[in-house]
Design a protein around this ligand. Sequence first.
Ligand SMILES: NC(=O)c1ccc[n+]([C@@H]2O[C@H](COP(=O)([O-])OP(=O)(O)OC[C@H]3O[C@@H](n4cnc5c(N)ncnc54)[C@H](O)[C@@H]3O)[C@@H](O)[C@H]2O)c1
Ligand SMILES: O=C(O)[C@H](O)COP(=O)(O)O
Length: 535
Amino acid sequence: MNVLVTDPIADAGLDRLREAGYEVQTAYDVDGGEELYEAIADANALIVRSGTEVTREVFEAAEELVIVGRAGIGVDNIDIEAATDHGVIVANAPEGNVRAAAEHTVAMTFAVARSIPQAHGRLKGGEWAKGEYLGAEVNNKTLTIVGLGRVGQEVAKRLDSLGMDLVVYDPYISEERADRLGAELVEDLHDALARGDFATVHTPLLPETEGMIGEEELAQLEGGYLINCARGGIVDEDALAVAVSDGTLAGAALDSFASEPLPEDSPLLDVDDVVLTPHLGASTEAAQENVATDTADAVIAAFNDEPVLNALNAPSVDETAFPRIEPYIDLAETAGKVAAQLLDQRIESVEVTYEGDIAAEEVDLVTASALKGVFEPLEWQVNAVNAPQLAEDRGIDVVESKTRQSEDFQSLVRVTVADGDEELSVEGTLFAGDDPRIVRIDGYRVDAVPYGHMLVARNYDEPGVIGLIGTVLGDHDVNIAGMFNAREVYGGEAITVYNLDQDVPDAAVEDLLADDRIIEVTEITLDEANGREQE
Ligand SMILES: NC(=O)c1ccc[n+]([C@@H]2O[C@H](COP(=O)([O-])OP(=O)(O)OC[C@H]3O[C@@H](n4cnc5c(N)ncnc54)[C@H](O)[C@@H]3O)[C@@H](O)[C@H]2O)c1
Ligand SMILES: O=C(O)[C@H](O)COP(=O)(O)O
């Protein structure tokens, strides 16, 4: 497997990938466009920080890509919708650099309040400008926190301990979260800013937050300081440069910018009371090691079909629960494949039902896998990442239902596909915890081992039918490895399921259908081993 890394990450992450046996190519000078499309053509994983724009075109050029790992938090540089369309997992590393970002925010708060960079510059230039700097203390001042997520909370703890009162604006958190930090949750952004002597921004860059702090909002913070170590684009940089220049604000400190690197003609560069750092919030040794190893782990998990922690566009599974649901992932996919091949029609809806013990688990990934099974025979480019999205895009209703009761089995997964008029369900279970069986097809009780070539025949329950099928298959050199026959009532309709060692030629199907006792014959193709040891 090949891993392409286009932004610098710590050696610990690169080493972990190499130790796992993967080819790792670092291409830190790749500058997007054609160069990136070429480099990514045979990559199975891409690792980036904020420096690489992962656009739809990148996914189009990356036919082998399984995962994009973001060694850090912000994913505004990754087109997640395009990733999902291409069945590529996007995972970030949201924990490893939180403390680094919070510490940098605190450092920037002091830097701007005490004009540290400006005084330092003057002193290095030979000037003892002691009389020119009269700073502000944070003690007894109010800090407005816009966005009380991971970083915002760490900032709150640190600045609270330095004597600040905390006001929070975050429409998506509970009052309890604010209370726990001794902060007051305020409903209106303008009110929150008006209360602050300092305001610090910690939201993601989203369509909703883009430009959220413009001229009017800055005016609310009159006389205060604005700190943005989150993302450029949330604060209007032109308005901020004006607000600090004309004295509306006492100062501003920024670590992230709408365009990075910061263009040389940015008005921010000409304003004295603005402190700028080149997106250094996550740049500590500890943070870089954390996010690099977390991202390497995500790539390794994806390559091994294990749950990817912090996957942003794939069903996530708790690590401890994964061993319990893992065998059901294949079982559901198989049940989906069998159901879709038997219905053999346009599918309008899919229901995945869980009965018994499995109903107690988080089954998003199992359901996604069932959908993959249903869509694969339709030859859609599908995996568990894009299957739910494909269903939505094509207007297919997906229902997941659970009941802790199960009549006959400890756990059962049922996949029901329907085209409106007709529906068909396939039920599967695991014998001895990991041996997959199809136990019901369209209501008939069966006991079929789902692998390789299978034949499902609907026939009338009359003497000689099973002999006929065996003879026809034998005449066409198809060996029967196993079979199961089920009927509703003596003499009525029956279903017969065969495991075969060879493909069924069309001529054999025609010969079978030529007999009036055979109603329908469907060949099912599954993976050769499908979870079983090959004999
Ligand atoms: N400068 C750096 O190097 C650096 C390092 C780490 C993180 N970051 C950035 O910091 C920001 C915060 O990261 P995080 O891990 O705390 O994210 P998070 O997702 O944990 O928290 C974001 C918070 O913003 C809130 N929010 C969302 N929309 C909002 C809105 N319209 N108004 C107010 N609040 C809103 C959310 O409810 C959430 O509580 C991100 O932009 C991230 O990219 C920057
Ligand atoms: O979102 C983040 O994690 C930070 O902004 C860090 O970005 P970086 O990895 O590009 O330094």
